[in-house]
Design a protein around this ligand. Structure first.
Ligand code: ATP
Length: 694
């Protein structure tokens, strides 16, 4: 891309002593008001204004906007690079002094200003992150944060971090214990537990040894102890008393297998909200109350969080990311993970319909191998469940045939009357009238977040509503508008992006920053106290931090965020999050590998339909500027709410499709797969909630 105005003027800001009449130097004297200036970045200014050299002033550009860019600068160029970075991020600066002023403090160098603004990474960010987190005084969460840093951030000097922050890490224990050695052992033991839950150990890092075990629960196989230690809730134990007939048949059948030590594989299929999770919880409680191990797993973190002791199937079985038809899970026969699986009486896998067929087959093969029995799932009692009307396994840019091949089964019954192929009519009482794009978003927001200013600090209010849409662009647009409306102190976190192995600087930072990538957080993350966020990675699944966990931001500092978990079994827990390096597992979108260091979260006033799968959201608005594009999306969107009255849809009308009423095109795959053949030979329990065993 080339600049279309003369470089002498563009470069003025880079060489102020040579070219005095640059934008920055002229702004104080020209007629453009401050309000207008604040709307534009330096690089965008020539798109909207032209420079009149004789009058030494900027005038509004009357002709079509010009394409432009600031000449590039390399980090090795020092101040020139940092000036460019500031100009690319600060809107409407009036002078160089103004550009270097952050929170009222004037900095003497561009680098210092960029650092204070969070535009460049601080060498001491990890230490600062721990220091800032200690101000919130949640020592247990601080120890988890320490473990998270060890796992995700590859700190250079672990021992120094430990020494520098030992006082804060041990603050609560020191109140009750005089012995420094015992306190150190207690802190290290807890950190060891957190590390182990994330698949690492204390001796993987340069940390002191535990000289004496202070926690008996950790003797022997910790994972096994942990499963035995899961508290059985009375509510779940008594759930069977309110079962409907289908649930009762299922529960009794599965418990007969448990009681008589019979192997069995069951698949529970039911529409969203028909009580599958209700049955899983009752089964888990019943088996655990007998002193046996029942493992709760699910394909998504959100569903795993809905069951006590729930883990994602990927974490529990260590399913490889890149799967083929012969894959095995990464579990060693002598490992603790194997011991837990061997000791279990029952395994539940919720949302198995969302898992890739190859993942389930890998678990089947692995269980047969580690248990040493060549029967399905090594003769374990395996209860899988799901709803094939919902979103199927995600195959990036996969064809319909590839998606079908990766799925266990497709049950798009497609009973809804459709016209012109796949258009279905949305009931009138569920539609919101469509207005031009900008207005419709405004109306959606007003409809679902009425009186938001009176509810800024009500987590229940905020978390019980969301706008769902198909694509990230719409979701980001809504979230941007919402965070504008949301009142309160704002914090902006910029990501630190790099193209791995790009030694020739082919991909400038500015370009990397501009990329919006599904599955990665934004470059510019705007947060306010009380705003809802959703986690994009499995950080610490056993403590509720899974991909899909919803949280509310309760506090922030420069390098750390302190949110509260607001859904699932860990509701109410305060945690710490920090910037971690993130890449995409299957990154074939760019000819380079994008590495983005950012808090692994997005705002969740609005989220994609796929991200909402497994979540229950009482007030839902579905925004469809374009129609859904994959099997089950529309069904998932409509089944997130808990009532028809509180679920409404706004569809942008399709050109050339003129009919009374609101129509949208739906995608339903009706192919049959191998699983259907199996089902034909098995006993169906009911249409609404069916299970089968073999
Ligand atoms: N027999 C029952 N008695 C009382 N409440 C029930 C019963 N069955 C289900 N529920 C309630 O109905 C709601 C929906 O049930 P549940 O979450 O188990 O459905 P689901 O099939 O797992 O839904 P999804 O597929 O969306 O996850 C829950 O609030 C649950 O407590």
């Amino acid at each position: 891309m080339h600049a279309t105005y003369r470089p002498r003027r563009l470069c003025g800001a880079f060489f102020p002593s040579l070219f005095l009449k640059s934008i920055l130097l002229c702004w104080p004297y020209n007629s453009i008001s401050q309000i207008i200036r604040w709307q534009y970045l330096y690089k965008d200014f020539p798109k909207h204004f032209t420079w009149n050299g004789s009058q030494l002033r900027w005038n509004r550009r009357l002709l079509k906007a010009q394409r432009d860019r600031i000449v590039s600068a390399n980090p090795s160029e020092g101040e020139r690079y940092y000036l460019r970075l500031l100009l690319s991020n600060v809107k409407g600066p009036t002078s160089f002094e103004d550009l270097c002023t952050v929170d009222g403090v004037n900095h003497t160098t561009f680098r210092k200003a960029a650092l204070e603004m969070g535009l460049i990474e601080n060498d001491k960010s990890l230490s600062q992150c721990l220091a800032e987190a200690s101000l919130f005084q949640f020592p247990n969460a601080l120890r988890r944060l320490f473990a998270t840093i060890m796992i995700f951030c590859e700190p250079g000097d672990v021992r120094k971090l430990w020494n520098d922050h030992f006082d804060s890490l041990s603050e609560d224990h020191r109140l009750h214990c005089q012995s420094v050695e015992r306190v150190r052992n207690m802190v290290l033991t807890e950190i060891r537990v957190f590390l182990q839950s994330m698949g690492k150990n204390l001796h993987d890092f340069d940390l002191p040894n535990i000289t004496k075990d202070v926690n008996l629960r950790n003797v022997g196989h910790r994972e096994v102890q942990e499963e035995y230690g899961i508290v059985v809730e009375d509510e779940h134990l008594c759930a069977k008393d309110s079962f409907n007939s289908d649930q009762k048949v299922l529960f009794d059948e599965i418990m007969t297998h448990v009681d008589n030590d019979l192997p069995g594989v069951f698949f529970i299929i039911g529409l969203g909200g028909t009580g599958k999770t209700f049955v899983y919880k009752a089964l888990l409680a019943e088996v655990r109350s007998r002193g046996l191990i029942a493992l709760a797993t699910a394909s998504s973190g959100a569903a795993a969080n809905n069951m006590p002791g729930g883990r994602t199937a990927h974490t529990r079985f260590k399913i490889p990311i890149n799967l083929n038809n012969n894959s095995m899970c990464n579990i060693k026969k002598q490992s603790k993970a194997t011991e837990v699986i061997r000791s279990s009486k029952l395994i539940i896998w919720d949302e198995a319909s969302m898992a890739k067929r190859q993942a389930i087959e890998a678990v089947d093969r692995t269980l047969q191998d580690i248990i040493g029995v060549s029967l399905p799932f090594g003769e374990k009692i395996m209860v899988m469940g799901g709803d094939f009307r919902q979103v199927l396994p995600v195959i990036k840019r996969g064809t319909r045939a590839q998606i079908v091949d990766s799925s266990l089964r497709i049950v798009g019954d497609g009973t809804e009357e459709s016209i012109e192929g796949n258009f279905i009519r949305i009931p009138d009482d569920m539609t919101i009238p469509c207005t031009p794009r900008g207005n419709s978003i405004k109306e959606l927001i007003n409809a679902i977040f009425p009186s938001i200013q009176n509810n800024l600090y009500s987590s229940d209010y905020i978390i019980s509503r969301a706008i769902l849409s198909t694509r990230n662009e719409s979701v980001d647009e809504i979230n941007d508008k919402m965070i504008d409306i949301f009142q309160g102190e704002e914090k902006i976190y910029y990501s630190f992006d790099e193209a791995e192995d790009d030694h020739n600087n082919f991909y400038p930072i500015e370009f990397l920053n501009s990329l919006t990538v599904s599955g990665l957080p934004p470059h510019k993350l705007r947060l306010k106290i009380g705003c809802p966020i959703i986690l994009l990675r499995n950080i610490d699944p056993s403590h509720g931090l899974c991909n899909g966990t919803r949280l509310i931001c309760k506090g922030f500092q420069h390098n750390v965020i302190n949110p509260e978990i607001v859904v699932g079994q860990h509701t109410g827990k305060r945690v710490f999050l920090l910037r971690i390096p993130l890449t995409l597992s299957e990154d074939d979108m760019f000819p380079f590998k994008l590495k983005r260091k950012q808090f692994p979260i997005r705002l969740s006033f609005s989220m994609t339909i796929n991200k909402a799968q497994g979540q229950t959201i009482p007030h839902v608005r579905v925004y469809l500027p374009d129609s859904v594009f994959s099997h089950g999306q529309f069904y998932v969107a409509l089944s997130r709410g808990i009532s028809r009255e509180n679920t409404k849809v706004l569809v942008h009308l399709v050109k050339d499709f003129r009919r009374d009423g609101v129509y949208t095109s739906n995608v339903v795959y009706q192919e049959k797969s191998a699983m259907d053949e199996t089902k034909k030979n098995s006993e169906e329990i009911s249409d609404s909630l069916l299970g089968f065993g073999f």
